[in-house]
Structure formats: C-alpha cells, structure tokens
Design a protein around this ligand. Structure first.
Ligand SMILES: C[S@@+](CC[C@H](N)C(=O)[O-])C[C@H]1O[C@@H](n2cnc3c(N)ncnc32)[C@H](O)[C@@H]1O
Length: 235
C-alpha cells in the first residue's frame, strides 16, 4: 500500500466503527452520572481554585483585613497620575500613597520633589514590582515601599496623602485622616471622591478626575460631635 493509501485508510475509517465507538463513550459517560457527592466535589474544587488565585496572586497578605475593607489592584492611568500631580503642584514635603500598588504615584511624587515619598501596600508581589520600578528608574533609595496595612499606619507625619481606593472604604478612611493628619495636610483622592467632604479643587474629567481636600478646611466643617459638645460645655 502506498503512503497516501495508508493515510486515507486511517482517516476514512468505516463510519459504522466510528458510530460504535462514539456510542460506547456516550453510554460510559451516561453511566457516570454526577451524584450529590460528585457535585459537591466539583463545587469545592472550583471554590478552592478561585480562592487560591484570590489569596495567592490577587490579594495575598489580606487575610487579616476585613472583607469589606479589601480593595483590589487597579493601577492609576497616566492621566489619573497627572491629575493627582496637578492638584499637588506647589506643595512639597512628605507624601504617602495609601495602597500604593506598583508604586507609580510614589515614583512620580519623588520625581516631583516630594520627600520622603512612601507607599503602603500589602501585596508582596506589587511591593517587589514597585522596588524593581524604583531601581530601574534610578529612584531606589529615594522612595520607600512598606508592607503595611494602611489602616494601621500612623499618618501624623504626612503633609500629603494620595488615595486610589474603592468607594466602600472612603467613608471609614475619612475618620482616620481627620483624626491623624497635621493641620496643613492635603489629601488627593483619585477615581472616587470622599463621600462627605467638599473638595477645594477638582482636576480632570470622568475616570481621570481627582479631588483635593485641605485638612484644615475639613476640620472646620467636620468637627467630631464629641469635640463640639465639649466646646459647648466650656463656653
Ligand atoms: C486601586 S489600587 C491603587 C494602586 C495605586 N495607588 C495606583 O493608583 O496605581 C489599590 C491598592 O491598594 C492596596 N490595598 C488595599 N487595601 C490595603 C490595605 N489595607 N493596606 C495596604 N494596601 C492596601 C491593594 O493591594 C491595591 O494595590
């Protein structure tokens, strides 16, 4: 038999045989019905795989952070970084990016003279990436990326704060910032504004928009109720 004949014979097997094999496979498959136990195993396996990706790659280091305070990594675009920096023009001193991701805001802040420029981040992969970017651009040693939960960091030493977080965490963050920041501090929020505060300046459009807030002005309008009461008592 010539070579072509062999191939043809292999490709065009008798159709009856093909049907037989298919039927056999189908009947075997039908017999293997998924019972309750099988379904449970399948669900548990899928759940475990999803959890492994979430805990190991997307949100490692977040086990101790309550679920409602967890914010996934969505990096700021060039335009968003630009809006933030425009709002910080003319300012200097220390800057902290809360949830610094791959470190792009901290890096840009350092380029524009902010020092110390610090990023707080829990994801170790992103911290490594941030340090790599700092090294690659010659900023290693000028910026600092720390593996810390932003809710546990004492912010009293920072004059400039940047945040690119989710709306769900901005409300509790307002309280922390009001309680800890020095009087001359400025906060810039990207992507979403703080829910209860009035910004002093806004920059950019749509998703590139950023909002700036002066802590001094905020304190005038958002005195905690306890402080108001104690002032009332003394006057
Ligand atoms: C939306 S991303 C913003 C990243 C970066 N600031 C930027 O604009 O490109 C939010 C980041 O905050 C980090 N993050 C969320 N909760 C945190 C926490 N409690 N402590 C430290 N980092 C946190 C996440 O890992 C994520 O990288």
């Amino acid at each position: 038999m010539r070579r072509y004949d062999t191939i043809a014979a292999f490709v065009s097997r008798p159709s009856g045989m093909e049907d037989e094999t298919q039927e056999e496979i189908l009947s075997q498959f039908k017999e293997k019905r998924f019972g309750g136990w099988g379904l449970l195993q399948l669900t548990a396996g899928t759940g475990l795989a999803v959890y492994a990706v979430w805990a190991g790659i997307l949100m490692p280091g977040f086990r101790r952070v309550p679920l409602k305070l967890q914010v996934p990594y969505i990096p700021a675009s060039k335009r968003q970084v630009c809006s933030v920096m425009t709002l910080l023009k003319g300012r200097s001193g220390s800057l902290a990016d809360l949830g610094s991701g791959d470190g792009r805001i901290v890096l840009e802040a350092s380029r524009q003279g902010f020092s110390p420029a610090v990023g707080y981040e829990l994801n170790p992969w992103l911290l490594r990436l941030s340090r790599f970017h700092a090294w690659r651009t010659g900023h290693y040693g000028k910026v600092s990326y720390q593996r810390e939960d932003l809710w546990k960091v004492n912010l009293s030493g920072y004059e400039n704060i940047t945040v690119f977080l989710a709306p769900s965490v901005l409300e509790p963050l307002q309280k922390k910032l009001l309680a800890e920041l020095p009087e001359d501090a400025v906060i810039v929020a990207g992507r979403f504004p703080f829910p209860d505060w009035t910004p002093c300046r806004i920059e950019g459009d749509g998703m590139d928009r950023a909002w700036a807030y002066h802590i001094k002005a905020l304190r005038k309008h958002h005195l905690p109720s306890k402080v108001i009461r104690s002032t009332e008592h003394t006057s």
